[in-house]
Design a protein around this ligand. Sequence first.
Ligand SMILES: [Zn+2]
Length: 206
Amino acid sequence: MDFSSKLLENAVNEMSQLPGIGKRTALRLVLHLLKQPTPQTEALAESLQQMRAKVNFCDNCHNISDNPLCEICASHNRNERIVCVVEDIRDVMAIEATSQYRGHYHVLGGKISPMDGIGPMDLNINSLVNKVKEGRVDEIIFALSSTMEGDTTNFYVFRQIEAYKVTTSTIARGISVGDELEYADEVTLGRSIVNRIPFENSLKNS
Ligand SMILES: [Zn+2]
């Protein structure tokens, strides 16, 4: 692409770093911003800066939060002894939208994926294993998407905790293989949490 302005080119280059945004889309978005009143673009830049500078992760579950404890961990109406293990905040949002779950979460921050250079040490696994070791958890619900990386991660975590006194379950597979949780409809996802099955049964099936 030949740009008539270096400023324009820089903005397009930055925008096209985002996932799913190619150079053409980036150019369309940047030109759109140029047409907007200045305060609107400034508000966008400001909100991104603030988010980057101030956003926190919950000390307990690693969910994104404005406070040291997220709203779910801070709530007295949630059962902290049931912990649903998910990949990221999008899964928390998807499960919360079902209104079928009253336990806590544990956000791993990704899945084990050797192809992408992501190993167990890059994820929030130790803090989960510690919760189990310390006897703070009765049930772990695995709710990672059933991709190869999801299954690998579930199994890795399972091996770390199986020696301890804790029930392990996995969400029922109304969610078809390869589906990402966030795309499941609320009813299906809600049912699959309620009708969860012992984790070991899921191993026999696969
Ligand atoms: Zn939390």
